[in-house]
Design a protein around this ligand. Structure first.
Ligand SMILES: Nc1ncnc2c1ncn2[C@@H]1O[C@H](COP(=O)(O)OP(=O)(O)OP(=O)(O)O)[C@@H](O)[C@H]1O
Ligand SMILES: [Mg+2]
Length: 262
């Protein structure tokens, strides 16, 4: 039995807005084991990004806590890295400089920074592009630089917020496959938010489905199928259908609520 690394313990979070209070998260409890890959799915506005921000320590919860190795999370830390859709790369730096950037604060000597950056660039197959500037790269390559920039810090937990959402399907499939390989090799714990149920079922140890406002856990689907998985495996297909149906119920609720408020 693998050790529990991350405990999300009865976390709630609401936002006060001009249109009243929004219950982003309500009473979310989830234990994540070391090296586990958990995918979070749910309708837009159900609190997935909020949960990642709380785990990253960027937003304090209103109630509950996040516990890492038995210690409550008080703020951001280098062992938890958030990677989001627009990778937030620096256009005035090269690929290599973008990746080494985060290491500067750690006071590592230049040569060691470069060496570590090159190692992770190799992992994401971008070593040949180390001297390119961001505008010279495709969207998929940019996202791989963003992942490399996170990985170079050797985080234990990767918090990925729809990192492939802006990519075309083919590039996306490629990066999903690459992420699977990275996870197999590095065994980081990963919380991965996606709208693609098929992708979630392909990647995850567990898929967590959220309800729409207040964002609660509606159901957790464990996946026992060994990796690498065959995307055409009928048992996966059946689970995809089941999750998509449950998700549709929440998406409908989200739309009705939005139209009612408009
Ligand atoms: N800083 C904020 N101030 C006010 N409201 C916020 C803030 N952050 C999030 N919210 C609201 O909280 C709810 C949950 O937002 P969140 O971004 O976590 O949803 P999400 O599940 O990530 O949605 P999406 O799938 O569209 O990315 C939304 O209604 C959003 O408008
Ligand atoms: Mg979001």
């Amino acid at each position: 039995m693998t050790a529990i690394e991350l405990q999300i313990d009865r976390v709630s979070k609401a936002f006060r807005t001009g249109r009243g209070q929004i219950g982003a998260l309500q009473d979310i409890s989830l234990e994540v084991a070391e090296g586990e890959l958990v995918c979070l799915v749910g309708p837009s506005g159900c609190g997935k990004s909020t949960l990642l921000s709380v785990v990253a320590g960027l937003e304090p919860p209103d109630a509950g806590q996040v516990i890492l190795d038995g210690q409550p999370v008080q703020g951001p830390g280098p062992e938890r890295i958030l990677i989001f859709q627009d990778g937030g790369l620096f256009p005035w730096l090269t690929v290599l400089e973008n990746v080494t950037f985060g290491l500067r604060e750690r006071g590592l000597p230049l040569e060691e920074r470069r060496q570590r950056a090159m190692e992770v660039l190799r992992l994401v197959h971008l070593e040949r592009f180390k001297d390119a500037y961001i505008h010279e790269l495709s969207g998929g390559m940019r996202q791989r630089v963003a992942i490399a920039r996170g990985l170079v810090l050797s985080p234990r937990i990767l918090l990925m917020d729809e990192p492939f959402a802006a990519l075309d399907t083919q590039t996306r499939d490629l990066l999903v496959e690459e992420l699977r390989g990275l996870h197999e090799e590095l065994k980081n714990t990963i919380l991965f938010v996606t709208h693609h149920v098929r992708e979630a079922v392909y990647l995850a140890d567990r898929v967590v489905l959220f309800t729409f406002q207040p964002g609660r856990i509606k159901h957790i689907y464990p996946l026992e199928v060994p990796r690498p998985r065959d995307p055409d495996d009928p048992s996966l297909e059946a689970l995809v259908r089941e999750i998509v149906e449950a998700l549709h119920v929440e998406v409908e609720r989200a739309l009705n609520e939005e139209y009612r408020r408009a």
